[in-house]
Design a protein around this ligand. Sequence first.
Ligand code: 13P
Ligand code: SF4
Length: 312
Amino acid sequence: MEDSAAIISEINRLKKEKNAIVMAHYYQREEVQDIADRIGDSLALAQFAAQTDADMIVMCGVHFMGETAKILCPDKKVVVPGGREAGCSLADSCEAGAFRKFVEEHPDHTVISYVNTSAAVKALTDIVVTSGNALKIVESLPADEKIIFGPDKNLGGYINSVTGRDMVLWPGACHVHDRFSLQAILDMKKQNPGAKILVHPECKRQLQIVADKVGSTAALLAFAREDEADKYIVVTESGILHEMQRACPQKTFLPAPAEDAECQCNECEYMKLGTLRGVLEALRSGEPEVTVDPEVAALAVKPIERMLELSK
Ligand code: 13P
Ligand code: SF4
C-alpha cells in the first residue's frame, strides 16, 4: 500500500505527463483540497474549466460539476474520481421529464436553474446560476419578468425574499443543507455569544433569518476573511472549514450540527467519495470519464455560457 507522500508524488508526475489539471470543491476531503491546482465554489469551478488549456480535467466534486466541465470543454477528457455514485440529492430532486412538464405549465416564464442539476435539466433552462451569482443574475433581468427557479426551494426562496421578483419555485432541496437544526445553532450561539453565524442559502429560511451572512461557500469564506469577528458558526457542509481555517488561522470556526447528527458536523457523503487514491486512479486510467449526450450538451451549453457572461 502506497503512503500519501508516494501517492501525491505519482499524482504530480501523471499531471505533467497527461497535461492534466486537478480542480476541487471546498466540500472535498482536506487531503484532496490540499493537492488541487484550483479550489473553489461551483461558479469558480465552471470558470476554471472554461479557461483551462489542460487536456484533462480531474474534477474533484460531484457528477454535475464534471458534466458542467465536459459541456464547456467537449474536446477534453473530464474525470470525476468519486465516479457516477458521486451524485447530488438536490440534482436528483429534479427529474428532467417532470421539470419539462413544469416548464410547459409556465410558458411565459424565464427558466433559471441552479448549477446543481443534470445536463438534461440544463438543456431546458434559459440561464444557469450558482449560489454565488443567482442574486446578481435575477436582478439583471427586467423587473416584470416572470421566473421559474429550480430546483432548490431554499435558494429560490432566499432570492425571492431579497428581490421580490415574480418567481415560481421547484420544490427541491439538498439533504445536507435542509437538515440543519435551528435550535442547535441557537444553543451554540448562546454558548458562543460573540460568534457570527454563516449560512449557505440552500439552508431553510429560519436559518437564513438568524444569519449574519448568507452566501455561497466562496462568499462565506470571503466574509470570514474580511470580517473583524474571531469566531463563526458555519452552517454548510463542514468541508469548507478546512479552507476557512487555512485562510484565517487565528480565527475559530465551529461546524453546525445536523438535526439528527451524532457528530458535530454535517457532511455530504457524495462529496466525500473523492479520495487521494481516487485522484491517482483517475489520472492513471482516465476513468471514471464523464460523458454527455452531444445533443443535450449543445442545448445545455447555452445557459451555462450565459451564466459565465453575466458573471463577468
Ligand atoms: P457553492 O460552492 O456554489 O456554494 O455550492 C454549494 C454546494 O452545495 C455544491 O454542491
Ligand atoms: Fe448536492 Fe447537497 Fe452534496 Fe452539494 S452538499 S453536492 S447540494 S447533496
